[in-house]
Design a protein around this ligand. Sequence first.
Ligand SMILES: [Zn+2]
Length: 263
Amino acid sequence: MSSSPSYQGRHRVPGRHRAPRRGPRIPAGFRGGFVLPTAAAAALVVTTTGATVAESSPVHLDLAGTQAKSRAQSAALAEFDRVEATQQRELQVTTAESRAVEAQRIARSAERAAGAKKKVAAAAIAKAEAKRKNAEKWLMPIKGAVFTSGFGWRWGRMHQGDDFGTPVGTPLHAMSTGTIVFAGVQGGYGNKVEIEYWDGTVSVYGHMNSISVKEGDKVAPGDLVGTSGNTGHSTGPHLHLEIHPEGGAAIDPAPWLKDHGLQ
Ligand SMILES: [Zn+2]
């Protein structure tokens, strides 16, 4: 695109961007030029030369050597000070307000984060609690057991547990979470499994037909440990169940089962 003659012509005008003449003397504080920071004062734009620099400014101070102009300068300075002071106060208030708002925002954000953290922790606790409850629940070794003989003296000797009549081959389950501490044949018990549970209680299953665990195995509530039978000193297919709190002497299983929500 070629330059138009008028465009070039404008640039050929000498001193087009210089001040046409020197202005009056300006007070020291006025030197270097300044811009009043409010909209009202924005029009008052002065340089050391006294020339206007902001062509859009609606008011130009032409300070060409009269006393009136000196008074106008003082008035302008006073106005400048007043506006500046007002702005400074406003700025301080605004800064304080925005600090307060920011502090509130941070506090709310921290609250939300803490709330979320609490929820996660509560969920984890609930989950752990549910897991623990599940691990510590108690079940009967057999389903549909028929009580046939109780704990106590029987035919001149101590019967250490409860008997439950059940067909040979009925699945036998761990009563809770525990460890197999004995699995094998033992005298009158025939095939016998002992489980030590999480609370120290030991259960004994006697006269079993088959054993599906070995010593040291970990079991969960309901895990299969074998099947019921008629082995050892037994007069008919049944489960002989003993309960030994803390692994000590056998107790009457009936009240213990009741205490554990069984039977
Ligand atoms: Zn028995």
